[in-house]
Design a protein around this ligand. Sequence first.
Ligand code: FAD
Length: 563
Amino acid sequence: MPNASMDAHETGSATAASSIDTDVLIVGLGPVGAALANLLGRYGVRVLAVDKATEIFTKPRAIALDNEALRILQSVGVRDGEFATVALPQVQYYSPLFGRFARINSAGIVDGHPMVVTFYQPELEQLLRSKLAQYPGVEVRLGVALESFTEEGHQVLASLKDQDGALLQVCARYLVGADGANSLVRCLLGLEFEGRTFAQDWLIVDALDVPNPIDHCEFICDPRRPTPHMVAPGGRQRWEFMLKPGERPEEMERPESVRRLLAPWCDADHVRIERTAVYRFQAREARSFSKGRCFLAGDAAHVTPPFAGQGLVAGLRDAANLAWKLAWVVRGHADESILDSYDAERRPHARKIINLARFLGALVMPGNRAAAFVVHGLMSAIRLLPAGRRLFEDLKMKPENTFDSGLFWRDKRAERLRAGSTLPQGWVRPGSASAPMLSDDALGLHWALIGIGVDPAARVRPDQLERWQRAGGKVWQWCHRAQAQHLGAATQRLEALDEALLPRRAPLGWSVIVRPDRCVLAEGPVEQVEAMLEQALRRIAPAAKVPAARNSPASSTSLVDAV
Ligand SMILES: Cc1cc2nc3c(=O)[nH]c(=O)nc-3n(C[C@H](O)[C@H](O)[C@H](O)COP(=O)(O)OP(=O)(O)OC[C@H]3O[C@@H](n4cnc5c(N)ncnc54)[C@H](O)[C@@H]3O)c2cc1C
């Protein structure tokens, strides 16, 4: 078992031969690698995180995050206001033929966070990196590139090189490739990156001191030059211009070209152009997100055109899904086969997000005027129907983060919260504290057995309770406001201050088992809680025997359920 109290120097156990022994080697310290390293650090896992670059990438990339991403960052330890965000009240779609043909209402709060915000990616990356210093088990090495690795027995042996050419050998129990779209890890694992690269280049422009800035996001879906435009923190405005055939990226990035493109929007001569970049978008996913003891996360596993603002969000979902599984296995609290559920859960959802982005891309960049007429005309017509309007305006077309198969089980006769989906988050007052807090913070990064208005501890056997606590589980009563005083131990009480969970989502007398990543493992009436807990314990408990190598036939009786 790793020793969480070791300091950074001991953690790496560096020797004269420049070899390091660790639990998890993270290759790539972009936002996804950094979020994962933080989560593993919070769980007390020994981590070596390397990046071949010495500086954070500062070219314009992600600008939007949704409530799911903000909730994951909350679990990573990012507090409200620690990085600048601007909430987007709406997203509008304009066509030269039909005017405003679609609108998304993105105002409002979901699970304690704004539905959509814009942010400045380098600031978030800097924040995530700075937080790593607090974890004694996490060592960061910049300017160190992965060169090769092999899997031997229960270990991954990796060769890395620093910028002076010095070699570093790393022996890790697991390796995570968070090394971006051109992932060497993915390449060395021989995993194809399936999908397509679009034909068009896009010029991204972040500008400051823009007269008449907008406070929302708009997509000008003109087939001659599709142009998304939105507000961002720090007084920024972002434009994304699709380049036409024959327009060369290096020429279009020149200040005079950028000012020409900005001229229809504002007094371009008085605008400060902060940064520009040209990208060719891709929609691809790795054939598998894991192989043996190696995992892919973030752009290494999937890339999507930015029209849904979901590339990094999907990467953060990867980090949240993978971190606790690695932590529980490394600490000996769970069987290694729970790791199989990472690919089973994450890959289908990442594909749904890519498909959403492709759909929105078809709205934003119809190939020609005829396609624009058909697509935008159809969208205008759909808006006339209440159901169609709701689908788009209320963001109902965004795939829910609910798994079809994975580490959970559903009882279709008793379904309220839907196992395999995420537990709603609300404001609660823990019995042991007076200040309201978000429920994820109250639950902590643990397994949770929750009784809705009832004490589930009273319904399970003492030996189960003891095994549950040994496996890192806690027990809670989530009570109606002012109901709490009738119930059991105050340390296990959460008093609901809103209706995020009860009574709308789960009735009184309900019980639910929630994973550390807030995915519902199982649910049912509290009368069934003893059987539910027994099954949960069986599924996560480490096998008594030495586990067989992953992906070997012997380990195929995994915890991954096809539901
Ligand atoms: C124009 C644009 C707009 C976007 N808009 C959005 C948006 O609004 N919302 C959203 O959610 N997403 C958006 N995205 C996507 C988002 O930016 C990416 O998904 C995200 O940055 C990926 O993070 P990552 O950590 O997976 O990879 P990266 O940020 O690419 O990090 C990978 C890291 O791995 C390192 N590395 C690579 N190879 C090695 C090696 N061999 N050894 C060691 N280190 C290595 C690299 O130096 C790098 O630091 C956008 C992208 C673009 C281009």
